[in-house]
Write a protein that binds this ligand. Sequence first.
Ligand code: 5GP
Ligand code: ZN
Length: 112
Amino acid sequence: MNCIFCKIIEGKIPSTPVYQDEQGYAFADVNPQAPVHVLIAPREHIASIDEASTDQRALLGHLLWAASEIARKKGLENGYRIVVNTGSDGGQTVDHLHLHLLGGRLLAWPPG
Ligand code: 5GP
Ligand code: ZN
């Protein structure tokens, strides 16, 4: 499968790792939109949250937990945002499910 995040997870494309375990891999976004911008992806290829099955709901919870754990380790005590862009209206550009963890500055709401 020609998936850039699968290649990153397999180590075929270099990345800056932030956190990893048996289910997920987190790495620095190559084009950061905030002082902290980490992507958290499942090791297993899932195209988007819309494609996740009922059997994968524990994995989704695990990724959310991992994002909050990274936020704690990064010292984001003033707050942060976890985003899952989905589909074309959602602004998803890489078709491998990932959570964005953004923090280190005041984030505007609503998003554009
Ligand atoms: P999306 O738009 O799908 O929600 O987010 C994709 C994210 O992946 C973007 O923030 C983009 O900067 C990041 N990204 C795209 N290609 C690469 C890459 O090769 N390496 C890393 N570290 N991040 C990437
Ligand atoms: Zn993939």
